[in-house]
Write a protein that binds this ligand. Structure first.
Ligand SMILES: [Zn+2]
Length: 183
């Protein structure tokens, strides 16, 4: 499973401080709900974009639950689940701040994300209902996404909220956010 962990660091600082080593085990297993059962398992590498929009490798800490045997990876909240561009850059793009170097460097990918969101929005609404209020017929998908980000306070908080409350994300529902009772 994947848990999004709130950290107050950029990816640059996370890498510089080797913060993956300080990532504590979540007290509660997101799969079986038991407490104090997660033990460090190791790390895996993935990428997100940094301040200038370039891909930066970082390590994600993994744990295993001694009760349900599920592995839990702790993704720091600057990164999006399964998407390269970081949350801050995504948010700047959504707010129309297109002149930043990070947005400029990833503009094509960000446009693809937005197309994906437009396709995904009806399914997302089925999942979350009126969590962000009733959309008016005039409101397009981009405006809706911008509003959801504003209500949550940031794009990363929106993702944390969607994963924790609805087991989905801004773009897709992933298996790694679902509970499995296999043991
Ligand atoms: Zn468990």
């Amino acid at each position: 499973m994947q848990k999004i962990v709130r950290v107050k660091l950029s990816v640059e600082a996370y890498v510089r401080e080797q913060f993956h080593k300080q990532m504590r085990s979540p007290s509660q297993c997101p799969n079986c709900g038991r407490f104090h059962r997660l033990w460090a398992l190791g790390y895996y590498q993935r990428y997100t974009t940094g301040l200038l929009g370039k891909a930066i490798a970082f390590l994600v800490r993994r744990f295993r639950c001694t009760y349900c045997r599920m592995t839990v990876s702790c993704l720091p909240c600057f990164a999006q689940p399964y998407r390269l561009v970081n949350h801050t850059t995504l948010e700047a793009f959504l707010k129309g701040r297109h002149r930043g170097r990070d947005v400029e460097a990833q503009r094509d990918l960000l446009r693809r994300y937005l197309h994906r969101f437009v396709e995904w929005q009806p399914e997302l609404i089925d999942i979350i209902g009126h969590r962000f209020g009733r959309a008016s017929p005039q409101e397009d998908a981009t405006a809706f996404l911008r509003r959801a980000v504003a209500i949550c306070g940031s794009a990363s908080e929106l993702t944390v909220h969607l994963v924790e409350q609805f087991r989905t994300t801004c773009f897709k529902t992933y298996r790694c956010h679902q509970v499995s009772f296999a043991r």
